[in-house]
Design a protein around this ligand. Sequence first.
Ligand code: M6R
Length: 364
Amino acid sequence: EKGNYRHFMQKEIFEQPTVVAQTLQSYLRQADNSIALPQFDFDLSRVRRVTIVACGTSYYAAMVAKYWFEQFARIPVDLDVASEFRYREPVLEDGGLALFISQSGETADTLAALRHCKEQGQTIGVVVNVPTSTMAREADLLLPTHAGPEIGVASTKAFTCQLAVLSALAAHMAVLKGLMSPEEEQRVVEHLLEVPACLNSALDRDEEIAGMAHLIAPARDVLYLGRGPDFPLAMEGALKLKEISYIHAEGYASGEMKHGPIALIDEHVPVVVLAPSGPLFEKTVSNMEEVRARGGKIVLISDREGIAEAGEGCMATIEMPRVHPLIAPIVYAIPVQLLAYHTACLKGTDVDQPRNLAKSVTVE
Ligand code: M6R
């Protein structure tokens, strides 16, 4: 049931503070602010390399996870879209961990990759939203997301719940490897516990973002830029816009702009920049200058500090709460979802059932 919402997608966007909190609750122990994964008989501290495979939005969650696993746990991550993975003859280490991320747990390409890894003797970890799905049944390590049923074809709440699980997993592996002290673990947990409130503040921008849809709706092409763990968010923002508004959009690493896509920039191509303030911010500001110098129109998504520093001359700004870099990708998912949603509404497309798409892709 949609309740008071116009679309399932809209309802699911607004459910995120609740379902992310639910998901986090099952991975965090609030009594002592520590991380507590479900029980399984596999020694995670032995893991030297992780292979992650997924499709679409779940793949972008995997991309964020790669930054986390490498940064916090110093575990190298191989990452692939499922349709490429099997056919490139990947080299898998003996006793390795392969992680599959899926909302539905039925995506054919991801499932085929999972079975391939199983045959190769990998331990199979699955981050999945549908507990009765095939992938959930075939997992050695089941890491459920608790987003509840997702009806809108465009994935929203499943994505942020996947990120919640993956952030806890990456931090837990860092603890197991002795790279994160109990004090640091407590701090990470405190930051994770702040996520639902931060998602609520991001959702407070809904009306403002709805008012920006007219800036995006007439465009033929839109670029999304981000750096570090916010680069996958740029790709996710572009995917959301493509799926439901049918506007061509691309997500790029901010630093890649000058290696090609900058040729596209003119006053008709809106550029959405995801840039929480922090160590990478200055670099992104110079990428914004490159865009502006070519007449590009920027929508800057940042926090108060970032907007104060770089907001001038932007076509629009969207203010996010100031958050720890670990949780920024979870919070910054909201404005890109809302921007796509309102643009699609303005264009009058079928938001919940976009053309040519199925909720679950069960053919390879
Ligand atoms: O159920 P899954 O997470 O395995 O689905 C993967 C993709 O098909 C899915 O994320 C798709 O890209 C969505 N329509 C994105 O909004």
